[in-house]
Write a protein that binds this ligand. Structure first.
Ligand SMILES: Cc1cc2nc3c(=O)[nH]c(=O)nc-3n(C[C@H](O)[C@H](O)[C@H](O)COP(=O)(O)OP(=O)(O)OC[C@H]3O[C@@H](n4cnc5c(N)ncnc54)[C@H](O)[C@@H]3O)c2cc1C
Length: 402
C-alpha cells in the first residue's frame, strides 16, 4: 500500500525529452499519474523514424498522430534486394501491406516533426515540465530525488528516458552489455526525380544495408551502412558528389538525387541494459537498448517501453499500490526484456549474415528469404510479427487507453 508520509513533488518523473520520454510522459499523464517531465528543449535531430503500425496506433490513441500525419509518408511496400556480389544471392523479395489487410506497414517521419507533435500534445495536456537537465539522481527505499538547475524534485518512480549515456541508468547501478560492429551508419535525407510510390527499398550489400525510406513528396531518407573508412570518404564529399554517389549505389532507382543538409554518422553497436528497472528507476528507449538502424526497430521498441510502463503504473494505481515498488518494476523488467532481446537478436543475425564471408551463412540467408517469398502463410506471419509482435503489444498499441 502507498505510504503518504513524505511530501512528493509528483508521483512519477520522466527524465529526457526525446521521443521515448515524451511518449512515456504523455501516456503516464493519460494513465492518471501525476507526472513531471524533466527535459531540456530537444536538440536538432535529422534522423527519421519508420513508425510501425502499432506505434502509429499508440500515437493516435494519445492524440498526437493528427499533428504528425502531414509530415509522414506511408510505407505501402518493402522491397529487399540482394546487392552483394556473392555466389549465393537471395532472390528479390517484396512485401505489400495490403497482403495483411493494412493500408501501410507504418509511416516514416522526420524526428523533428515527431518531437514537435509530442511537445504540442504535452502542452495541451498541461504536463508539468522542468526545461533543464537532471544533474543528479539518487534513489532510496521511499523515493527518488532528482536535482536540477532550479532545485530538487522528489518522486516515487523515475523513468530514465535520457538516451545512450543515461544518468538514470548509472544512478540505478545498471550496467550495459555492449557489442560494436565494424560499421558506421551514414544518414541523410534526399530529394529525387522519380516517385518512390510508397516503396521502401533495402539493398543488402557486403558492408551492410543501404535503405531508402519514403518521406512525403519525392523525398526519401537514407540509412547507408558502411565500413568506417568508406563512411568517412562519403562524409568528406560535397553535396553534388555525394548525391551522385548515392544515386550510383541506388542503381538510379529513383532517378537524379539531391542530398539535403544535415548528415548524421552513427557507429553501429548493440547495447542492452542488464536490467530494465532497479531501485525505483525504470529505463525506456535508448537508455535501455540501442539496436543498429536495420529493420526500423529502435524507437518502435522505445515506444513499446513507454506504453508498457504507463500501463503497469495505471494497473498499480488502480490497486492503490506504490508505483515504484519492487514488484511493479519487476513486472516491467520481465515484460520488456523478452521483446528487446528477441528484436536485438534478429537485427544482429541479419547484419552478421550480410557481413560474413562464411558460405553456409550466406546460403541460410538466401534460403530464408526464398522461403519467406514463396510460402504465403509464412510471409504473412513474418509481416505481422514485423509490424506488431504478438507477444508484447501493450494496450496503447492495440488502440486502447492505458
Ligand atoms: C541512423 C538511425 C536511424 C534510425 N531509424 C529508426 C527507424 O526507422 N525506426 C525506429 O524505430 N528507430 C530508428 N532508430 C532508432 C531511434 O532513432 C532511437 O531509438 C530513438 O531516437 C531513441 O529515442 P530516445 O528518446 O530513447 O533517446 P534520444 O532521442 O537520445 O533522447 C534522449 C533525450 O534525453 C535528454 N537527456 C539526456 N541527458 C539528460 C538529463 N541528464 N536530463 C534530462 N534530459 C536528458 C537528451 O537531451 C535527449 O533529448 C534509428 C537510429 C539511428 C541512429
Amino acid at each position: 500500500m502507498i505510504s503518504i508520509r513524505e511530501p512528493f513533488t509528483a508521483e512519477v518523473a520522466v527524465i529526457g525529452g526525446g521521443p521515448a520520454g515524451l511518449v512515456s510522459a504523455i501516456a503516464l499523464a493519460a494513465a492518471g499519474a501525476d507526472t513531471l517531465l524533466i527535459a531540456p528543449p530537444a536538440e536538432p535531430d535529422h534522423r527519421t523514424t519508420a513508425l510501425l503500425a502499432g506505434s502509429v496506433t499508440a500515437l493516435e490513441t494519445l492524440g498526437a498522430w493528427e499533428a504528425c500525419r502531414p509530415h509522414a509518408a506511408p510505407l505501402e511496400k518493402i522491397r529487399i534486394v540482394d546487392d552483394t556480389r556473392r555466389l549465393l544471392r537471395a532472390p528479390e523479395v517484396s512485401f505489400e501491406a495490403a497482403e495483411i489487410g493494412l493500408a501501410a506497414f507504418g509511416y516514416n517521419i522526420e524526428n523533428r516533426h515527431l518531437i514537435a507533435a509530442l511537445e504540442t500534445r504535452a502542452v495541451e495536456l498541461n504536463l508539468s515540465r522542468i526545461a533543464s537537465p537532471a544533474l543528479a539522481v539518487t534513489s532510496d527505499a521511499a523515493g527518488v530525488t532528482i536535482k536540477h538547475a532550479g532545485g530538487e524534485a522528489r518522486v516515487r518512480l523515475a523513468i530514465g528516458a535520457d538516451g545512450r549515456r543515461s544518468l538514470c541508468r548509472a544512478a540505478a547501478g545498471i550496467a550495459m552489455q555492449r557489442r560494436t560492429y565494424p560499421q558506421t551508419a551514414l544518414t541523410l535525407n534526399l530529394a529525387h526525380a522519380r516517385s518512390h510510390d510508397g516503396i521502401s527499398t533495402e539493398f543488402h550489400t557486403e558492408s551492410g544495408p543501404f535503405t531508402l525510406v519514403p518521406l512525403p513528396g519525392s523525398r526519401s531518407s537514407l540509412v547507408c551502412v558502411l565500413d568506417p573508412a568508406h563512411a568517412a570518404e562519403l562524409l568528406a564529399m560535397n553535396d553534388s558528389a555525394l548525391s551522385a554517389e548515392i544515386e550510383r549505389r541506388a542503381h538510379s532507382l529513383l532517378g537524379r538525387m539531391s542530398a539535403e543538409p544535415g548528415r548524421g554518422v552513427f557507429p553501429l553497436a548493440v547495447e542492452t541494459a542488464e536490467a530494465f528497472a532497479r531501485g525505483r528507476i525504470a529505463l525506456v528507449g535508448e537508455a535501455a537498448h540501442v539496436v543498429p538502424p536495420i529493420g526500423a526497430q529502435g524507437l518502435n521498441l522505445g515506444l513499446r517501453d513507454g506504453a508498457t510502463i504507463a500501463e503497469i503504473v495505471a494497473d498499480a494505481r488502480r490497486q492503490h499500490l506504490d508505483v515504484g515498488a519492487p514488484e511493479v518494476l519487476a513486472r516491467y523488467d520481465t515484460q520488456r526484456r523478452a521483446d528487446a532481446t528477441s528484436r536485438t537478436i534478429a537485427v544482429d543475425l541479419l547484419n552478421r549474415s550480410l557481413l560474413t564471408d562464411f558460405f553456409p551463412a550466406q546460403g541460410v540467408r538466401g534460403l530464408s528469404l526464398y522461403l519467406v517469398d514463396r510460402i504465403g502463410p509464412l510471409r504473412r506471419a513474418v509481416m505481422r510479427e514485423g509490424v506488431a509482435p504478438i507477444a508484447s503489444q501493450p494496450r496503447l498499441m492495440r488502440g486502447e487507453m492505458v
